[in-house]
Design a protein around this ligand. Structure first.
Ligand code: 0R9
Length: 636
């Protein structure tokens, strides 16, 4: 091996600087120095052997754990090149183990991973190893290269054997005890990844040998690749497959390879494993969405063509998830990874490619195995029916809720407290006064229900017609104690129900209607003395900053006397003329307001004469109500 430098030159020193950087900040390269980081070293070397599998030259990989906690990975590929790297002036094998990120440059056509922590290269493993030994079988010779203490060259690459049969690469290393908190490789962790790799690379044989404390060996090989993978997932989960033969397709388009196996089971969980370049894409990505789109489309199309689904029956993606066990593996030349753990494939082009490969592949599969399609479609249609039924039930429930809310017209401004013995409901004439009342009230215990003029339109109607009136229904819902015989005053949501109408004829009409209504349909409310008439002032008298409100003419006179001449008098034509503050001050505030409590002196007599109220003449009705329903000023 003459012709190249065996001592250290300037480049070597640069190289060592690079490896020293890895030793200073191992986390930057392998994530952490815990068990995860430790195993990461193994994945790096194993990945390099897998790359050689991808390249089509390697059929067998052997992984050995030894009692000194060293790990050996051996492949039967071409062997790492040993010739001199033209720029570096040292053997290519040395470049691979000494220069950070050198591996990819030699990767050629294979599918190298550029995302996450994978693919940081063999040099990082070397930097974090107490020793690393490389043996290469190539060109009939055996070569050997040795490092120690984080990548320091111990023995230059040299020929140690001749007339050697076969080719391959063997790497042995021991993680640096000074760097790793966790130093012991776990057999189960290695085995599970090796098994996964065997499934992902159909036909590849992987031997695992644990020589620490009694020999344990295992050989992983999946002749049928992903098909075996889904089979095993179902077996492990104890789930009965819905169809014996897993759905399977593989294909290549525009440099993207996709392989997929699907087997439904009788459970309702979904198990979906996806991989890109043999790396688990835990967060999914474009390959997954492409497949899911294709799945839904192909099943629907086939179902309709085969008469398993009617024209107006469609499966949605969710229907096809129950009991789905799917493994999808893609090989992409320049994968991009995103997401929290950098395990979501984001190459946009992959979505369409996988979708089209899956379309073709699944259709082809269905042609050959129509019974599988039938089983899956029938099962998924049952899922769909449950979905549709539950959606309908939800819709009905929502409609009912909406109807109830509509009954209140969304107009009730409820109070925040739930105290039935304190809360007050104000039935306010008109939206404008209703708005002022909503702003002016004490929202903790005062609820406002604005009543539109429509109430009065039904004034002449029979009471059963009145019940069709939206405003009346809103009121019934708000009070919440039922109606007529069923009326239960205990359930009444309010201690006081206060009628608040304008001090004009329309206002009186509305008030009368409401009182009649209470008398007839909510009589216990009257008997329990819970009905009130809010009194709003008729006048506002102002002089400078002095303001007085007058509720009748005698009060007006008194106010004018008190404030003296030149006082301004405003006559309120309606509640709507008052702003929220004024409404609060004069009509709502329990400290100032004058409310009239409505009582029934003679309920029996009132009932007998009630017919008058139903008559067309306004006056007799008014008289009747004035006579029979006595307003007394409440001192509350
Ligand atoms: C035991 C783990 N296996 C490896 O680390 C491994 C790396 C490797 C490899 C090549 C073949 N087998 C390998 N096993 C290889 C060979 C050739 C071209 N590219 C790759 C060839 O013969 O032309 N290499 C991976 C990187 C390198 N070799 C390189 F950087 F050293 F070239």
């Amino acid at each position: 091996m003459a012709g190249y430098n065996t001592g250290y030159n300037a480049e070597d020193i640069q190289v060592l600087d690079g490896l020293e950087a890895v030793r200073k900040r191992p986390g930057m390269y392998i994530g952490a120095t815990n068990s995860r980081g430790l195993h990461h070293l193994a994945w790096e070397i194993i990945d390099n052997a897998i790359d050689e599998v991808e390249a089509g030259y390697c059929t067998r990989i052997r992984v050995t754990l030894d009692p000194d906690n060293s790990l050996t990975v051996e492949d039967d590929g071409r062997g790492i090149p040993v010739d001199i790297h033209p720029k570096m002036g040292i053997p290519a094998a040395r470049v691979a183990f000494e220069v950070l990120h050198a591996g990819g440059k030699f990767g050629g056509e294979s599918y190298k991973v550029s995302g996450g922590l994978h693919g940081v290269g063999a040099s990082v493993v070397n930097a974090l190893a107490e020793f690393l030994l490389l043996e290469v079988k190539r060109e009939g010779k055996r070569f050997r290269l040795e490092y120690a203490d984080g990548g320091k060259l111990v023995s230059e690459l040299k020929v140690v054997g001749h007339k050697v049969k076969g080719t391959g690469t063997k790497v042995t290393f021991r993680p640096d005890r000074a760097i790793f908190k966790e130093q012991v490789f776990k057999a189960e962790i290695l085995q599970s990844r090796l098994q996964e790799l065997a499934y992902l690379n159909a036909g590849l044989v992987i031997d695992f040998l644990d020589r620490r404390g009694g020999e344990r060996s295992e050989t992983y090989c999946a002749r049928s690749g992903l098909v075996g993978f889904v089979d095993q997932i179902n077996a492990e989960g104890g789930n009965e497959p819905l169809h014996k033969r897993p759905l399977y397709f593989r294909g290549e388009k525009d440099g993207v390879q996709a392989e997929c196996a699907i087997q439904y089971n009788d459970a309702d969980m979904e198990t979906f494993y996806s991989f890109c370049n043999n790396i688990a894409t835990v967060e999914g990505g474009t390959h997954e969405s492409g497949l899911r789109t294709a799945l839904t489309r192909v099943f629907n199309n086939y179902g309709k063509k085969a008469g398993l689904l009617k024209k107006d029956e469609s499966l949605i993606g969710d229907d096809l998830r129950d009991g789905l066990v799917c493994v999808l593996s893609v090989k992409v030349r320049e994968p991009q990874f995103e997401g929290q753990t950098k395990t979501r494939l984001s190459n946009a082009e992959v979505e369409g490619i996988v979708q089209s490969l899956a379309n073709e592949g699944l259709n082809g599969f269905f042609e050959q195995y129509p019974n599988v399609a039938k089983e899956v479609i029938n099962k998924s249609w049952r899922t769909a029916q449950v979905r549709i039924a539950s959606k309908r039930a939800k819709e009905l429930k929502r409609m009912k809720k909406d109807a109830e809310a509509k009954a209140l017209g969304g107009k009730l401004a409820a109070c925040s407290e739930k105290d039935k013995f304190k809360n007050e409901l104000f039935l306010v004439e008109g939206d404008s006064a209703g708005g002022s009342a909503k702003s002016g009230r004490d929202r903790r215990f005062q609820a406002i229900l604005p009543l539109r003029g429509k109430v009065i339109n039904t004034f002449r109607a029979k009471l059963d017609k009145v019940l069709e009136n939206q405003e009346i229904r809103s009121m019934i819902t708000a009070i919440g104690a039922g109606l007529g015989k069923e009326f239960d005053v205990e359930k009444c949501n309010y201690a006081r129900v206060c009628i608040m109408t304008d001090s004009d004829l329309d206002g009186a009409h509305i008030r009368t209607l409401l009182l009649t209504f209470f008398y007839r349909y909510m009589r216990p409310l009257l008997l329990d003395n819970r009905v009130y008439i809010a009194q709003s002032p008729l006048y506002k008298v102002q002089k400078g900053k002095g303001i007085r409100y007058a509720y009748d003419d005698s009060e007006l006179k008194q106010a004018l006397r008190d404030l003296g001449r030149n006082a301004q008098v405003q006559r309120y034509k309606g509640l709507g003329e008052m702003n929220p503050e004024q409404l609060w001050e004069t009509t709502l505030n329990p400290a100032n307001r004058k409310m009239i409590q409505v009582t029934i002196d003679d309920a029996v007599a009132a009932e007998r004469k009630l017919n008058i109220c139903m008559g067309p003449a306004v006056e007799p009705r008014r008289e009747f109500l004035m006579e029979n329903i006595v307003f007394t000023e409440a001192d509350i």
